[in-house]
Design a protein around this ligand. Structure first.
Ligand code: HEM
Ligand code: SF4
Length: 571
């Protein structure tokens, strides 16, 4: 089937988006990246290569804080790249950690390692002359960044679950297998960054020569924890276990959170349940959800290109039947499961294998040495002695996993000495999250990561005022409506609209199965607090036992429930 069949299915068919041209002309993602790398008259890449390096896991950025100053000095913006690694399931070994710690220290503009909401790490501010070395350093410890951005299947998530170690191991192996199966076949990454031998790529059997219409995200989750936020992802494998052994997956398709301000044809949308598949059919189903989206996704309008819009356009049943036909597999009825939580369990837990696991909280996932809290040094010192591994959670935190009983005390001491364990953090802090936004993200309209600490303090004050200091509201802030910190699955979601201005959404739930509705538009801090204050007061006074804030505002009609995004979200 031709890849532009979308034009047949889409009555509003329009010329293909320019990204389609550049993918097709790129010679399987090579473009002229190598030439650009050698051009030292600029720190940036040409427009086409600017897009293509994303498929290799990098975004060209610049420091927005110093843009104006540099322009005054007649200098181009301080171009650099952000790198995002491919780490299925977020597991990283101590020796790998030590290598990325060294690199961040020496070669990144900010010296930080940032754990992301999709279980990997990012370096920010790598200059052109160091890019190739960066890939070689990573390769030296078995890490790559292939397909962590761009129109491809990105880093595959897996619930961290340190307790049920056997089940986690099986689910984790599937997240790796799915990641490998859906990876681009082109050798462009190896050639360009690792000086691999040029080997002509002749086809991309799964992704096709123009790759996917838009980014594509996959998870493997282990109920009852919805840490990965299945409804933020295109393709989700929900683990179904019998007697602690994985037997297959319920498959959920078509989640996604991004939208565009002022464009009601865009909306955050939950994933739909397609049914159960056994393990032997898992890769075939993964491949053909991707292949149907590859062929049917809209390649004319990138704002309408994600799987969620394809499903709403062709119909869930039609999409599902096509996947079944291509995979030669029929979905069985879904098996029962329930999500009851999304949060991380901080502190120590003991796994059924007798190993101990310590989850530490990292605000915004930003690992750096702060005054009085040398987080980065602390993790380095732990990595120097740790025999197990580290797991990055989808909530931007870190698990020091697989600690033997007699090594527990040593790890705990190091964690405490470096501010990695702080028993004074409020429940509110532990349930708050922000995307990067300023100064590196070119799309940011408002502050997010840098604003979150202040906002948490203010919400803590409101909770305390109403006698709810021990309580929490799942609070997420994003600097623009793309939604990288998954605000569109929060109980209170703030979406950047302009400097200091946000849209306030209410009514998601604690387990991430409801999209919050717009409550106030384009408001600043005072108005945000004025809106929340009386509602928290009502919640404190009238809540049903243990009722979350999001459930309360829906039950009492403060906002209408978003049931079907296409019709309800903007209503
Ligand atoms: C059209 C939609 C989107 C665009 C154009 C976009 C673009 C970007 C950019 C440019 C960054 C880099 C920011 C920086 O590190 O300086 C970023 C970070 C990130 N994005 Fe997105 N994004 C989109 C939607 C999403 C969504 C819906 C999710 C998750 C559900 C997501 C997950 C992430 C993650 C995990 C990061 C890393 C930093 C973090 O943890 O906040 N993105 N995105
Ligand atoms: S939500 Fe917007 S501002 Fe925040 S990191 Fe994503 S693209 Fe940037």
């Amino acid at each position: 089937m031709p890849h532009n069949v979308a034009t047949l299915l889409d009555p509003d068919a329009a010329p293909l988006a320019d990204n389609e041209r550049l993918k097709r002309e790129s010679d399987f993602l090579r473009g002229t990246i190598t030439d650009d790398l050698q051009d030292r008259t600029t720190g940036g890449f040409s427009p086409d290569n600017f897009q293509l390096i994303r498929f290799h896991g990098m975004y060209q950025q610049d420091d927005r804080d110093i843009r104006a100053e540099r322009a005054e000095q007649k200098l181009e913006p301080l171009h650099n790249v952000m790198l995002r690694a491919r780490m299925p399931g977020g597991i990283i070994a101590p020796e790998q950690w030590l290598a990325i710690d060294r690199f961040a220290e020496q070669f990144t503009q900010y010296g930080s390692i940032r754990l992301t909401t999709r279980q990997t790490f990012q370096f920010h501010g790598v200059l052109k002359p160091d890019i190739k070395d960066m890939h070689q350093v990573l390769n030296g410890v078995g890490i790559d960044s292939i397909a962590t951005a761009g129109d491809v299947n990105r880093n595959v998530l897996c619930t961290t679950n340190p307790v049920e170690s056997a089940l986690h191991q099986q689910a984790y192996e599937w997240s790796k297998a799915i990641s490998e199966h859906l990876l681009p076949q082109t050798k462009a990454y190896v050639e360009i960054w690792l000086d691999g031998v040029k080997a002509k790529t002749t086809e991309e059997p799964i992704l096709g020569e123009t790759y996917l219409p838009r980014k594509f995200k996959t998870t493997v989750s282990i109920p009852p924890n919805n840490e990965v936020d299945v409804h933020a992802n295109d393709l989700n494998f929900v683990a179904i276990a019998e007697a602690g052994q994985l037997v297959g997956f319920n498959v959920l398709v078509g989640g996604g959170l991004a939208m565009t301000h002022g464009d009601t044809a865009t909306y955050p949308r939950k994933a739909d349940d397609f049914g159960f598949v056994s393990l032997e059919n898992t890769l075939a189903i993964a491949e053909h959800v991707v292949s149907v989206q590859r062929d049917w996704g809209n390649r004319a309008n990138r704002k309408n290109a994600k799987t969620k819009y394809t499903l709403d356009r062709v119909g869930i049943d039609v999409f599902k039947a096509e996947v079944e036909k291509r995979a030669g597999v029929t979905f069985e009825p879904s098996r029962p499961y329930a999500f009851t939580t999304r949060g991380d369990r901080f502190g120590w837990v003991e796994g059924i294998d007798g190993k101990h696991h310590l989850t530490v909280f990292l605000l915004n996932g930003r690992i750096l040495d702060y005054p009085g809290k040398a987080l980065k040094t602390g993790i380095r010192k732990i990595a120097e002695v740790h025999q197990g591994d580290f797991r990055m959670t989808a909530n931007q935190n870190l698990i020091i996993a697989g600690v033997a009983a007699d090594e527990r005390a040593q790890i705990e001491t190091l964690a405490r000495e470096h501010g990695l364990l702080d028993d004074t953090y409020s429940a509110q802090r532990l349930h708050s999250m922000a995307c990067v936004a300023m100064p590196t993200c070119p799309l940011a309209m408002a502050e997010s990561e840098r604003y979150l600490p202040r906002l948490i303090g203010l919400v803590e004050e409101l909770l305390a005022k109403h006698g709810m200091a021990q309580e929490h509201i799942v609070l997420r802030v994003v600097g623009c409506p793309n939604g990288c910190a998954r605000a569109m699955l929060a109980e209170v979601g703030l979406v950047g609209k302009g400097p200091g201005k946000y849209n306030l959404h209410l009514g998601g739930n604690r387990i991430g199965t409801r999209i919050p509705k717009l409550y106030r538009e384009n408001i600043g801090e005072d108005a945000i607090l004025d809106a929340l204050d009386p509602l928290i007061g009502l919640w404190a006074a009238q809540r049903d036992a243990d009722e979350g804030f999001g459930d309360f505002v829906i039950r009492t009609g403060v906002v209408a429930e978003v049931k079907v995004s296409k019709t309800d979200f903007h209503a």
